[in-house]
Design a binder for this molecule. Structure first.
Ligand code: F6P
Length: 465
């Protein structure tokens, strides 16, 4: 079995106790433990001197963590700049927010080159390299330019935009050429895959062979052949079910229940990001209270939103907007013994969240655009199958393609989201059970193990040329 080398912007903390809940960390570590290998990426540290150092290596069994620091200039141009002020808004269909700058595009290329320069000497001929996310699109081409001939795969954790959106990026062709340097390119949904294929056909006149939903699309472009396929990421379903069963008796969950004093709970958990539709969600809850006043003093909405990318102006603006909005809505509806919105700018561990999800009668997941959204899947897995809560899910989250037994909403339609909340809060038990069982069947057959194994299996079969 070939050794696996995983490359991602962020590398999970080496200390297992501090490792995050996230799907990527869970999936990648399981794969790396099986094959042995390297997890390579940014250390998370920003240093004052130029980025030139050698990777810091830590061996844990057969797994090596190799991380690099970033200089302040690289952090600004690569991470805050091109990755998060150009590609992130572009890939989330927010063309009006993109910053176009040759300086940050060059910084993005430079950091990808620097990372490739430092990884290349660590590679063995039979390794498989699996690169993750929009920060590292040029990474494979940079490795190839340094003579690396290993099998290389890329997985995009965000949506991939329709060609009409993508062409707003100057030099979009260069970005797609970089993507085509991989042997395998994975997306979350068939829709993302279709957008990529449409670009190849419309903008490049490239050739595409359809090998069916499980087989993907064989792409011939830029003189190379690669496979593009949808692999919807998922969660460690069985593990989360058992965590939720015990977490429900934990001190945090007990405290949450006590604080509700019999009221019902709606929960939202998101990074504080403008793609998550949080202002519209707050307004939908306000509309619920206005249109269905029987819920006043009977329902609380808990929104957990840890701050993210705090140097980027749009993230500073959304944080301010949400503080104002939650303050205004609470001022309008609160009673001396009830606050309608509990808005928290902090994060909680996996176990605490599992107990919170199980306590909540409604999971409210309404991004304006999202690659997958694992909170939707986690909320469903954490429910009590005998008395499950209801998921209200945006049609613009990748998860809506699989979880179609949720109440699917258009997050821009605030009145419709309020009506869906009303329907969720009054849904009879048999319907709740039926919808939950249908979603659990999907989460059990397509869990994180399925995602990892189907991707690694497809990469093992490369090259496709
Ligand atoms: O959704 C894309 C993504 O890269 C996720 O995989 C990850 O959870 C998140 O963004 C992390 O963002 P950041 O590293 O900027 O905090």
């Amino acid at each position: 079995m070939s050794r696996l080398v995983v490359v991602s912007n962020r590398v999970a903390p080496i200390d297992e106790g501090k490792q995050a809940a996230g799907g990527l960390a869970v999936a990648v570590l399981a794969a790396l433990k099986k094959t042995g290998g390297i997890w390579f990426g940014w250390s998370g540290a920003v240093v004052e001197e130029e980025s030139q150092s050698e990777p810091r290596r830590t061996d844990v069994g057969r797994l090596t963590y190799a991380t690099l620091d970033l200089s302040r200039r690289d952090f600004e141009e690569y991470y805050n700049g091109f990755a998060n002020q150009t590609l992130w808004p572009l890939f989330h269909y927010r063309v009006g927010l993109i910053e176009v700058s040759r300086r940050t595009r060059e910084g993005y290329k430079r950091v990808n080159g620097y990372f490739a320069e430092k990884l290349a000497p660590l590679l063995q001929p039979d390794d498989m390299v699996w690169v993750h996310d929009y920060h590292l699109i040029p990474f494979g081409e940079e490795l190839r330019q340094r003579g690396c001939t290993q099998r290389m795969g890329f997985f995009l954790h965000t949506p991939f935009p329709a060609p009409e959106i993508l062409v707003a990026l100057p030099n979009h062709r260069e970005l797609i050429r970089e993507l085509c340097a991989y042997d395998l390119v994975g997306f979350h949904t068939q829709m993302d895959l279709r957008s990529f294929v449409d670009y190849i056909r419309q903008e490049l006149d490239g050739e595409v062979e359809d090998r069916g939903p499980e087989g993907g699309m064989l792409i011939h472009a830029f003189g190379r052949t690669l496979l593009a396929r949808a692999f919807p990421i998922s969660i460690d379903t069985d593990n989360l079910v058992s965590i939720a069963e015990t977490a429900v008796r934990s001190r945090h969950t007990e405290r949450l229940k006590e604080s509700l004093v019999g009221r019902r709970l709606i929960i939202g958990v998101d990074r504080l990001d403008y793609s998550k539709g949080l202002p519209q969600r707050f307004q939908a809850f306000e509309q619920l209270l206005a249109a269905y006043p029987e819920h006043c003093n009977r329902v609380s909405f808990l929104q957990v939103a840890p701050p993210s990318r705090e140097d980027v102006p749009e993230y500073i603006a959304i944080k301010r907007e949400l503080s104002e909005l939650s303050g205004r809505i609470n001022g309008r509806f609160a009673e001396f013994d009830w606050v309608p919105i509990r808005y928290l700018n902090k994060s909680f561990g996996r176990r605490v969240l599992a107990g919170f999800y199980r306590t909540a009668h409604v999971g409210l997941v309404t991004p304006l655009r999202d690659g997958m959204n694992l909170v939707a899947k986690e909320y469903v897995a954490c429910q009590d199958a005998d008395d499950p809560g209801v998921l209200v899910l945006s049609t613009f989250a990748g998860a809506a393609r699989e979880l179609d037994s949720a109440l699917i909403v258009n997050p821009f339609d605030i009145e419709a989201v309020a009506d869906a909340l009303q329907r969720a809060l009054t849904m009879p038990l048999p319907e709740r059970k039926e919808r939950h069982a249908a979603m659990m069947r999907i989460l059990r057959s397509h869990d994180i193990g399925w995602w990892r194994e189907s991707y690694v299996d497809a990469l093992t079969r490369a090259p496709y040329g």
